[in-house]
Ligand binder design. Sequence first.
Ligand code: FAD
Length: 116
Amino acid sequence: TASAQCPPDKEQLGRATWSFLHTTAAYYPERPTPSQRANMLALIHALPVLYPCSHCAEDFGESVARNKPDVSGRAGLSRWFCERHNEVNEKLGKEPFDCAKTGERWKEGPADGSCN
Ligand code: FAD
């Protein structure tokens, strides 16, 4: 019999969500259309309402209110998500991530080709 599939806990859900958000930012257009910008803004603004970790959602909503989402293009959006994630890292006592490495981590992979 297959082993039970447990619902994601806060850590698993967080890893999955950050993977989705950073990867989506890494593939966001360099020159998004007005519709793409509006949809990205809607996605960001939906998280504080819908993210199923209420204290995470509340803190993220306060961060969004303090830091206007940069949906102008791939580089700005990737940096914006990196900075928001680093705020959570800091709150949890984790090391900050080097935002210059966002493309390598979420799109290109390391230069040694080990992810190819
Ligand atoms: P994660 O933090 O999930 O990171 C996954 C991978 O992303 C890392 O291994 C690293 O390679 C990469 N990475 C790390 N930092 C960055 C960055 N700044 N930019 C780009 N890539 C990066 N948990 C709580 O306990 N309390 C909270 O209030 C809370 N709020 C959250 C709010 C949101 C919107 C989300 C999506 C998650 C939140 N979480 C919160 C979950 C938390 O952020 C982590 O996902 C969880 O603790 C698992 O951490 P991890 O060490 O496995 O790696």
